[in-house]
Design a protein around this ligand. Structure first.
Ligand code: GDG
Length: 458
């Protein structure tokens, strides 16, 4: 069988805990654990001179090869182009984009340097699977170095609609480079439509049946591969955590109150301030919930070096103070705001105890937390998922209460409805969602993608 080579910005090495990990690292590690192969990317570290050879490690059937970024590459490629330009662009936040040509050139240069190092590691029949927005130009950079292997790309974040993408100087080059892949995978059909509309209307390319694209002198396939989780694994984690020490401590501390939970990297795409506002509205307009509901937001700090993220942190500190200052009683604090990460087992316990999972991103490629929340529930007495229509997961989770996160009053009403929902309806909605999760696990996702990547492109 051909070797699988995975490329992603951040590689988490064998001994690294996935405690602060985002969705991508969780998904890749679960995929590689089952299949084996090579994981290549950035070490997460910086060194003054660019390294020509990667540092290697291995664990079981998985090999790891990483290189450092120079401080300047880290600034231009990672902090500026990836996280202050592409990330807001893909999340429809044009006002937050801070474009510079130096960042764009730094992004292309890092893709070239990574392609140089990777090209020397490759064997002719390797299947290469590149992940996410950091490395959109990777296939084109590899092709320039004579790499003829099959190369697939999966975008974990949303692909912006053509009018939004067009705000990026260099958008045509970016899409041309994207067309150097054999297969481009997105989270949802919406994202597929955004690319095909761009191909049709911006560059006069052709889009055939079954997602075949002809553009820039190449043919490739584009399709939706909604990412899943290890459903049974997470369900077991939830069941095992139900009577574990964290669940007991948490239940004890709630003293019979209902728990609403949010878990997100501290990121402006996740709609956390809007969620806090909604909880404020719930308590303001419904005195019946005062003293009866606790909202716990787990939000580990992410990309703390980027200014927008520091601003968000200040905003949430202020909101927490405002809500608790106004409503807290000597024996009840309405908001528990935790700027730290927890082991997965603890998260599973928190999900299991929570009556409502409140997941309200303003835009999200998929949102794995929504899926994990559902999987961790007690089948006999499940909680309710309240989910933003702008999360990719909303396309699958038909049993969720779907909300518009931009409307705090409507969010507060949905929250009230979820808190009062009778067992029969909760169980029915949960069964629907759980069936979806069982039919589209992380394994299905990986296998569907790799099958399509191995298949012929006509
Ligand atoms: C990107 C896309 C897409 C969170 N806090 C802790 C912790 N986590 C874990 C969660 C979950 C993951 O991190 C977060 O995944 P999401 O999907 O919610 O969000 P992103 O990080 O933005 O991921 C997203 C995803 O890629 C996959 O394609 O769904 O749309 O933005 O697994 O459980 N894990 C631990 N402690 C924490 O405190 N251990």
């Amino acid at each position: 069988m051909a070797r699988l080579v995975i490329v992603s910005n951040r590689v988490s090495m064998p001994r690294e805990r996935l405690s602060r990990a985002g969705g991508l690292a969780v998904a890749i590690r679960e995929a590689l654990n089952q299949y084996g192969g090579l994981w290549f990317g950035w070490s997460g570290e910086m060194s003054a001179t660019p390294d020509g050879e990667p540092r290697k490690a291995s664990q079981g059937r998985v090999e790891f090869a990483v290189i450092d970024l120079t401080p300047e590459e880290h600034r231009l490629f990672y902090l500026e182009f990836a996280n202050s330009i592409l990330w807001p662009l893909c999340h429809y936040r044009l006002g937050l984009i801070d474009f510079s040509r130096a960042a764009w050139e730094g992004y292309l240069a890092v893709n070239d340097r990574f392609a140089d190092v990777l090209a020397r590691q490759l064997q002719p029949d390797d299947i290469i699977w590149v992940h996410d927005y950091h490395f959109i130009p990777m296939a084109a950079a590899l092709r320039r170095r004579g790499v003829a292997n099959r190369i697939g790309f999966f975008l974990h974040v949303p692909f912006p609609a053509p009018e939004v993408l067009a705000a990026l100087p260099g958008h045509e080059r970016l899409v041309r480079d994207l067309c150097a892949y054999d297969l481009v995978g997105f989270q949802t059909k919406n994202d597929v439509r955004a690319l095909t509309e761009y191909i049709l209307h911006e560059v006069n390319g052709q889009v055939g049946d079954n997602g075949h694209i002809a553009a820039f002198g190449r043919t490739l396939q584009v399709a939706a591969f909604p990412i899943g989780i290890d459903t049974e694994g997470f369900a077991k984690l939830g069941a095992a955590a139900a009577d574990g020490p964290e669940a007991l401590r948490l239940r004890d501390s709630l003293a019979g109150r209902s728990l609403v939970i949010g878990v997100d990297r501290l990121d402006y795409s996740k709609g956390i301030p809007q969620r806090f506002e909604a909880f404020y509205d719930l308590l303001s307009n419904n005195s019946e919930f005062r003293g009866k509901v606790t909202f716990m937001q787990v939000a580990p700090i992410s990309r703390g070096e980027v200014m927008q993220y520091r601003k968000l942190r200040n905003e949430l500190d202020a909101l927490t103070g405002r809500i608790n200052g106004k409503f807290a009683e000597f024996d009840w604090v309405p908001v528990r705001y935790l700027n730290k990460s927890f082991p997965r087992q603890h998260l599973a316990a928190f999900y299991r105890v929570a009556r409502v999972g409140l997941i309200t991103p303003l835009r999200d490629g998929m949102n794995l937390v929504a899926k994990e929340y559902v999987a961790a529930q007690d089948p006999e007495d499940p909680g309710v998922l309240v989910l933003s229509r702008f999360a990719g997961a909303a396309r699958e989770m038909g049993g969720a209460v779907i909300v518009n996160p931009y409307d705090p009053e409507h969010l507060a009403e949905a929250l009230a409805r979820a808190l009062k929902m009778p067992l029969e309806e909760r169980a029915q909605r949960w069964r629907y969602n759980m069936d979806v999760l069982r039919n589209n696990t992380i394994t299905h996702w990986r296998e569907r993608f790799l099958k399509a990547l191995n298949g012929p492109v006509s």
